[in-house]
Design a protein. Structure first.
Length: 119
């Protein structure tokens, strides 16, 4: 029997986003291994973990707090993408798909959070 969070659309989308983050991080130069690469993976992982942690046995305000942390971590991955583009490690066309998935995930997390806050 799956856990509650495993049924959530935002959890599944966050896992897809994390897969993209890992693929992107694997393409970064070796000199970014302990900087951008590590930071992006940790932030992407934080999105998934906070959605999971906040989903079960929490009050609505507490779940909303965890979703807020997930949103901040998502924004951190976007900032890393901006740095990657600025440093010309990859071009924007290559970053476009992950950016769009991030926007979709952001909107869905925010919508879920708004629903919790309005109850």
């Amino acid at each position: 029997m799956p856990y509650k969070f495993e049924k959530l659309e935002i959890y599944k989308l966050a896992l897809d986003y994390l897969d993209l983050i890992y693929a992107l991080a694997d393409r970064l130069p070796r000199n970014e291994e302990y900087n951008l690469r590590s930071q992006m993976i940790r932030a992407g992982t934080s999105i998934v973990l906070n959605i999971a942690e906040g989903s079960t046995g929490q009050t609505d305000p507490e779940q909303s707090r965890f979703l807020g942390i997930a949103l901040r971590s998502l924004l951190e991955t976007v900032a890393c993408q901006n740095i990657i583009e600025r440093r010309k490690y990859l071009d924007m066309e290559e970053l476009k798909i992950i950016y769009e998935v991030g926007q979709k995930l952001f909107a869905k997390i925010q919508a879920m959070r708004n629903t919790l806050d309005s109850d």
